[in-house]
Design a protein around this ligand. Sequence first.
Ligand SMILES: Cc1ncc(COP(=O)(O)O)c(C=O)c1O
Length: 404
Amino acid sequence: MFENIKDQFPIFKNKIKGKKLVYLDSANSSQKPQAVIDAVNNFYTNEFSNVGRGIYTLAVNASEKYETTRLNIKKFIGANSETEVVFTKNATESLNLVASCFGEKFINKDDEIILTELEHHANYVPWHFLRKKKGAVIKFLPIDHNGDLKIDELENLITSKTKIISVTHMSNVTGTINPLDQIISIAKKHNIPVCVDGTQGAAHLDVNFDQLGCDFYAFSGHKMYGPTGVGMLALKYKWLDEFGPFLGGGGMIDFVSKKDIAYARGVWKMEAGTMPTAEVVALNEAITFINNLGKQNIINHEHQLTQIALEKLKNNNAVKIVAHPKAQGGVFSFNIDEIHSHDVSTILDQEGVAVRGGHHCCQILHDVLSINSSVRVSFGVYNTSEDIEILCESIKKCQKIFKK
Ligand SMILES: Cc1ncc(COP(=O)(O)O)c(C=O)c1O
């Protein structure tokens, strides 16, 4: 669909082991278009200054660009004036911010947190900290044999002790797209805030924060064609008032004396110390890149690639797809009979094919699926049906080597 789009990504000019690069690991991190790389380079070359501090020309310009990205991120995820976007270093930090600040104030002994069996460790470990620190209880909404959430069981998990529900928008292993509208409407009935791990959603799915009505949406710049080192947390403004600060230091204060400290209000309370300035500025180019392609076109493109790949792999009896969710984005995982996922990944690399083998930071999900690892294929806008041909041929080569 996106003809010649690889030309915008300089990495595809390189060969891997003498072969053309077939990059099928965008769920891990996406490749970067030239415009994003140029924006980082230009900022350091011509415009560099820290933000939110100096009042000289360079500092004012840098601060303006930083805030422009914030505004554009808000538009990008459909957030209104009652919503804010805090910059962090990645989605993991955004989720830690929510768990830490929410937990500090609202979680006490025996209070319950509902997660799902699909969660990445980034949306489990921070809540586990609260289990350890506060004696909270974590409950998991289970999945069915297709890899879909058993949404009918959510009501039964909720009790008067349930304080928050935190759920991924899309699984980074099965590609399951969760029915957030249903989850949020059930949660709202019980007055329970919902945190969405949008790490796999932001660049690949339709996101409208206001329409969804969740309280928090966490995501990472590097998975949406932007730089590493910058993450986002969209949150309803009221939480910024409710929460204490996450990290302490420069930039997050209003007033400091030997006796006491008053914290800054709004997003600045949460942005302590020097932020990933060049990364935030360059992220603006990533948003423009996605907007120019059009979200719906991206969704269609990745959906189509997934269907083509799954159809082709059906013809290979040794390939076992780990889940068949009803609504699936551009991600799926598989195993080949009696070949470890790391071996598959290593052999595919010989063919220039980059896929991830392992548990993809989802050990609970792998336990539930009764497997210890899997090979993951995840698409980005630059992938083509030719990439899928090469993947399928490389899998056959791998089987030949292992005689499977
Ligand atoms: C669903 C999901 N949540 C959270 C994360 C963590 O993202 P980051 O490493 O950018 O913090 C990932 C990374 O793969 C993910 O796939």
